[in-house]
Structures are given as C-alpha cells and as structure tokens.
Design a protein around this ligand. Structure first.
Ligand SMILES: *[C@@H]1O[C@H](CO)[C@@H](O)[C@H](O)[C@H]1NC(C)=O
Ligand SMILES: *[C@@H]1O[C@H](CO)[C@@H](O)[C@H](O)[C@H]1NC(C)=O
Ligand SMILES: *[C@@H]1O[C@H](CO)[C@@H](O)[C@H](O)[C@H]1NC(C)=O
Length: 181
C-alpha cells in the first residue's frame, strides 16, 4: 500500500510538472540545460533538412522544436521570478551558462536563414509565415527570460544581463528580416 501511494505521488508530480516543487537556483540551471538541449535539437533538425525534396513532417518537427523552446523560455522566466533574488556567485554561474550556449542559438539563426529556399520549395505553402511566427515568439520569449534575469540580478551584474539580452534580441534581426520578405 505504501508503494502504491508513492507511485501515485510520483504520477501526480509528473502530471503537474515542477509546479509543486520549490524553485531555486538549481531549477534555473536545469532550465538552461534543457534549453541548450532543445536549441541543439532545433539546430540539428534545421541542418539535417535537405536542400531539395524535404518532407513536410520534418519541417513541422522543426516548428515543434521551436514551440518546446518557447515553452521552456517561459518556464525559465517564471522560475527566475520565483527565486526572486540571486546571489552574485549564483548569477555569475547562470550568466556563464547562457554565454556558453549562445553560439548554438546563433548557429540556429544562421542555419534557418540558409535553409529558407528548402522550406519554400515544400509542396505546401505557409512555412515561411509559420517560421516567422516561431522566430518572433522565440525572440519575445527570450526577452521575457532576459528581463526576468535583469530584474533579479545583483547590481553588479545588471549590465551584463542587459548586454546579453540585447545581443540575443539583435541576433534575431537577420532571420526575422529574411522570413519577413
Ligand atoms: C526529388 O523528387 C523527385 C520526385 O520524386 C525526383 O524526381 C528528384 O530526382 C528528386 N530530387 C532530388 C535532388 O532528390
Ligand atoms: C560583467 O561585465 C563587466 C563589464 O563588461 C565585466 O568586467 C565583468 O567581468 C562581467 N562579469 C561577468 C561575471 O561576466
Ligand atoms: C511576449 O512575451 C510576454 C512574456 O514575456 C508575454 O506576456 C506576451 O504575451 C508575449 N507576446 C507575444 C506577442 O507573444
């Protein structure tokens, strides 16, 4: 009976995500690790998309990857707000984690521009508009995460998170322009 109860608790935690757990610095670091994994998967799917005769399912999978990243960014922003205030040591570690992952984000933004003709060649139209919307939502969710980090940073690191957020916003520029035309 004890085991059965534990099983039920485990199930209800799985169903409710982390909402019932205490959210701390480790939660935010886990969110960033998840983001790195998801952005890598997004970039890999873009790179793997063939220049011609690509499949609609594979293109939809890229859209699905973008959606999971947006959800994680929103979760990460909410987790940062829940922590409320970061020590200089913890926030230095978080800053460094994000800076390390930046090159993956930048690669995906270059790769999706390079692959635009392959998505336009698909037998159903609308991928340009769909991917533009993904990019807008990704940029917006990145701003949300960045602002949460800026608002909770110790005074000594506010400028660092502000610069980082501005750099990420700017990095979306070329991809947004490419998919807007
Ligand atoms: C693309 O698919 C068409 C029709 O199946 C085929 O004739 C053509 O050779 C393919 N092109 C490439 C580059 O695979
Ligand atoms: C924050 O930015 C300042 C000024 O650019 C820099 O000197 C410092 O090393 C940065 N701090 C961290 C933890 O990266
Ligand atoms: C942009 O993100 C904020 C959260 O940071 C959210 O409240 C808002 O609805 C988003 N806007 C769009 C257009 O998705």
């Amino acid at each position: 009976m004890v085991q059965f109860t534990c099983y039920l608790i485990a199930l209800s935690i799985a169903a409710g995500g982390l909402a019932t757990c205490k959210r701390d610095v480790a939660t935010v670091e886990a969110d960033i690790a998840t983001l790195v994994r998801q952005v890598t998967a997004y970039d890999n799917a873009i790179v793997a998309f063939p220049p011609s005769n690509g499949s609609v399912d594979d293109a939809l999978a890229i859209h699905a990857e973008a959606t999971t990243i947006i959800n994680t960014l929103n979760t990460a922003a909410s987790d940062v707000q829940a922590v409320g205030e970061f020590s200089e040591d913890d926030d230095t570690a978080i800053l460094s984690d994000i800076e390390t992952s930046l090159s993956t984000v930048l690669s995906s933004l270059t790769d999706i521009v390079d692959k635009k003709p392959a998505f336009e060649a698909l037998p159903i139209c609308g991928f340009q508009a769909l991917f533009l919307q993904d990019l807008q939502n990704l940029q917006n969710a990145s701003v949300g995460f960045g602002n949460a980090l800026i608002n909770t940073a110790p005074a000594t690191l506010v400028a660092n998170f502000t610069d980082l957020t501005n750099n990420i916003i700017a990095a979306y520029g070329p991809a947004l322009t490419a998919y807007s035309s």
